[in-house]
Write a protein that binds this ligand. Structure first.
Ligand code: PEP
Length: 252
């Protein structure tokens, strides 16, 4: 079933004490919410995942990783494998964030391998994609998004989609304060659902959650989330403040 999801991407922020304090704050701020059919996910840095899981225990907060290497193990200095994540009870991992694509050269074909590794290990992926500013300005945004989906996901099986969440994140809206309008988000989300439907069937498309990411804040969350094909958000900056993150969760 299609789920509502608010996921926080903490990026390279928060040491161990700050991680625990932020989780405490979020727990308190969302305690009274019923959160029916809504998942709340946070993704602290690798080094604090275990502490975060412990701190989020007995709460509605799920803990995800921000990235994962595609190989089972081996000589990949600085990298983290699916087995390592599973060994500390991580079940969800963000794949293909635009910062990974841009600063760490993660290409579509690497991301296809990462998706294979995530799914083969029974993990869930939050798969990110989205166009750059020049691609939108030149009216290529639909073609870019379609090729990102095709290149990283079209080799998969329909059944895999029960473990995939999609996150449309226009690069020009990430961390810039500029947000896609609710209409722009809806237009792209509908296109993504249609693209998934054509390849994997209507049932898969109807059931997959598609999140919007890019400068979502308490002030704009409700309007964006009100759109029929927007099933929640992937939140960067505003997920680092308990009150703001809770306000965004309330807006769903
Ligand atoms: C993100 O990094 O996924 C993101 C959406 O960041 P921000 O909300 O800060 O734009």
């Amino acid at each position: 079933m299609r789920q509502k999801i608010v996921a926080g991407n903490w990026k390279m922020n928060n040491d161990k004490a700050e991680t625990k304090a932020l989780i405490k704050g979020i727990k308190k701020a969302i305690k009274k919410l019923s959160l029916k059919n809504t998942r709340v996910i946070i993704s602290p840095s690798y080094i604090n995942l275990s502490a975060a899981i412990k701190k989020a225990d007995n709460s509605k907060i799920e803990v995800a990783a921000q990235n994962m290497h595609q190989a089972k193990n081996g000589a990949y200095t600085g990298e983290i494998s699916a087995d390592m994540l599973k060994s500390i009870n991580i079940e969800t991992v963000i794949i293909g964030h635009s910062e990974r694509r841009e600063y760490f050269n993660e290409t579509d074909s690497i991301l296809a391998e990462k998706m294979d590794a995530v799914l083969a290990n029974g993990l869930e992926a939050i798969f990110c994609f989205g166009e750059k500013l020049e691609e939108r300005k030149s009216d290529n945004h639909f073609a870019v998004v379609e090729s990102q989906l095709k290149n990283a996901l079209f080799h998969l099986e329909a059944a895999n989609f029960k473990n995939i969440v999609l996150a449309y994140e226009p690069v020009w809206a990430i961390g810039t304060g500029e947000t896609a309008s609710p209409e722009q988000a809806q237009e792209m989300h509908a296109f993504v659902r249609e693209t998934i439907s054509k390849k994997f069937g209507k049932e898969v498309a109807d059931n997959v959650s598609i999140l919007y990411g890019g400068s979502v804040k308490p002030a704009n969350a409700e309007e964006i989330f009100s759109k029929p094909d927007v099933d929640g958000g992937l939140i960067g900056g505003a997920s680092l403040k308990a009150e703001d993150f809770a306000a965004i969760i309330k807006a769903i």
